[in-house]
Design a protein. Structure first.
Length: 210
């Protein structure tokens, strides 16, 4: 049976990595083989592109270079990790994917959706997530969580209005295609988030078994 491709999206400190760990534990406890990965990153080459993108010391890429680096890392990640895992029947849970590109490089940096869609078609050749979880919260709450972890990366050093645009970008995507997304209120206490994720995992399993 083919695998399932699930992506987790949201702003800084929204709890994506925490949600990924929970989903993995829940799915594995139901006997499903899971691969957890992230973007940018997921392979040695894609992780080195990630370092370049997040580095606060080196030369900052211009918007177009940033976009192309993100899609270069995505091409590598799809070919080396995501597609093989799906073909082997595994469930892939990816911390961020192309919805992040529309939110960050599109809504926040101002590159056009048309340009991003063109690269999406070229690089993904039709591959889309089967389900997207959006961990939604007010940006200032996510930033407080991110700051409590220590040094901030290049994206985390952006100003507040940047994160507002990221959030609006995500919510606009949900508005355009609600069936694609499950929006989770990421301001809730963690146990409530876990309960929602567990229900979602059970729903996916029953849909997949049908
Ligand atoms: N980027 C891009 O621009 N374009 C793209 O196409 C892609 C990415 C794919 C790196 O991503 C950067 O890449 C990202 C956008 C850009 N910008 N930034 N920054 P990233 O996913 O690695 O970066 P991130 O958003 O900063 O991830 P994060 O800080 O690791 O956040 P998170 O995974 O969403 O959160 P977490 O680690 O699960 O939780 C953060 C803390 O909050 C932690 O201490 C938790 O225990 C706590 N937490 C989590 N949930 C809760 C609740 N419900 N209550 C209380 N505390 C909580």
């Amino acid at each position: 049976m083919a695998g399932r491709f699930i992506t987790i999206e949201g702003g800084e400190g929204a709890g994506k990595s925490t949600a990924q760990l929970r989903l993995r534990a829940t799915l594995e406890s139901r006997g499903i083989s899971v691969v957890c990965t992230r973007e940018p990153g997921g392979t040695p080459l894609a992780e080195s592109i990630r370092q370049t993108l997040l580095d606060v010391e080196g030369e900052a890429p211009v918007e177009m270079a940033e976009l192309l680096l993100i899609f270069a890392s995505r091409a590598q990640h799809l070919a080396k990790v995501i597609e093989p895992a799906l073909a082997a029947g595994k469930w892939v849970i990816c911390d961020r994917f192309t919805d992040a590109t529309f939110a960050y490089q599109g809504a926040a940096r101002g590159l056009s959706n048309e340009l991003i869609s063109t690269l999406e078609r070229l690089v993904q050749e039709g591959r889309q997530p089967d389900a997207v979880i959006l961990m939604d919260l007010q940006p200032h709450i996510g930033m407080e969580r991110a700051k409590s972890r220590g040094a901030l990366d290049r994206f985390e050093q952006e100003q507040h209005h940047f994160y507002e645009r990221v959030r609006s970008g995500y919510l606009a995507r949900v508005h355009e295609n609600p069936a694609r997304y499950t929006v989770i209120d990421a301001e809730q206490e963690l146990q409530s988030v876990y309960n929602e994720l567990d229900k979602l995992a059970d729903r996916w399993i029953s849909e997949h078994d049908r």
